[in-house]
Each structure stands twice: as structure tokens, then as C-alpha cells.
Ligand binder design. Sequence first.
Ligand code: FPP
Length: 237
Amino acid sequence: MPQHPDFARGLSVGIIMDGNGRWAKQRGLPRTAGHKKGAEVFQQIADYCDRIGLASVYFYAFSTENWKRPAEEVGAIMRLFGEYLVRAFDYKSRNNRIVFLGERAALDPRHQQLMAEIERDTADRTGMVLNIAVNYGGRQEITRAARLLAQEAAAGRLDPAAITEETLAARLYTAGQKDPDLILRPSGEKRLSNFMLWQAAYAEMVDMEVLWPDFTPAHLDAAIAEYNRRSRRFGGI
Ligand code: FPP
């Protein structure tokens, strides 16, 4: 059925890009080939999210736990990330803001520099926010926010009794941004795996059997159509 032109306008979607390894294995290819295809799909889907008018999209590219993988695989993912950083995610001529979520100090200093430049160059843009989570973990993010609050309280700049959910949310990597309305995890897994633990409180989740390298705009359309059929109550009735 054709979608209403505004079917996705203003929504925020989180995407856990999963299944690259299985996709490669099914084809007798090295896992890194799955990540390469996954990165191409990332770019296509990011472009599509912009086209359908999402307010923001959050891609989970590398978690704080992914360092446990073999060094060769970690190196390949980071090299791919570096290539896309150099191209500034093909967003140079668009109206998108790019934001990186996660602990950057552990990343290659050249990558850190490019990340800072891309964020600075796109900071005033008013279109979709493209968030890319790299060396990101939800628990790490909340712990960091708690540490920032404690430091401010110890310095006398913050009254602990005045801390609200908003005060804490303003210290997350996503400060000022909308929570995801919908979180997708292709590949059939049904776990958040430390992704946006705070922000996902009321996110809808949709089953997705497709592996990330096979993910197409039609899969996103179907997930959003399902989201649009749901009734969100936020704890009410
Ligand atoms: C999960 O699949 C995927 C990752 C841990 C890496 C995702 C990275 C990219 C798509 C490329 C780099 C990112 C950008 C933004 C250019 P998996 O390896 O866990 O798959 P499996 O569960 O089938 O083994």
C-alpha cells in the first residue's frame, strides 16, 4: 500500500546495525566483507532517512564491548569508519547536523579531529540530525552524566536536591535531542545491547529478521508503518 507522504516526518529512529558477520559467513566471505557492505547500507539508509523527513536517526556503529573482537576486525571497522569520516558521510551539501555519541578518547586522534570538524561544520544545520554511536555504551553514557553532575555539585554549581530527569538528560551525549520513537535491530536479535538505555525508555521495537547488509528502504518503510499502527501510552491508558 502506498505510504502517506508524511508517514515518517518528525520521527526519531534508532538502528542497531547487526548481522554483518552472519551475512558474510553465509557467502563464505570474511566478516570484514560484511562490515564493508554494512557501511554502504548505512550510507544508503542514512540518505533515505533524510529523504523521508526523520527528525533524527541514531546508528549504533561500535559499542564499548566491541573492542573484545579480534584486533583485525576492530581495525577493519575503524578503517571503514575513517573512510566515511573523510567523506563526511556525503553530507557536505546537505542540511544535516552530524553528531557522534560515545567516548572518543580511545579512538584514533585523526578520527577524533575529523569528528570534531564535522560536528563543528554542521552544528548550525536545521535538518535531520544524523547520530553515529562509536565506542558508545548506554551504561558508560549514564555513568559519565552522573560523574559530571557530581563534579558540578562538588564545585557548588549544582544543588543535588534540584537534580531532575532533565538535568541528567542534559549531560548525555544526546543532550537537547529527541528520544528515539522506534528502535530497530535487524538480524532477529531482540536485545538493546547497551544502546540508548536512558533514551529508549518508551521506544517501540519492531521485529526485523533481515541481516543489516540486506536492509533496504522498504524494510524501514515497513517498520515505520507498523510503528504508526501502534498506540503509544507512555504509562497512561
Ligand atoms: C554488528 O554486526 C556490526 C558491527 C559491530 C559493526 C558495524 C559497523 C559498520 C556497519 C561499518 C562502520 C560504520 C560506519 C558508520 C561507516 P555483527 O558483526 O555483530 O554481526 P553478527 O552478529 O552476524 O556476527
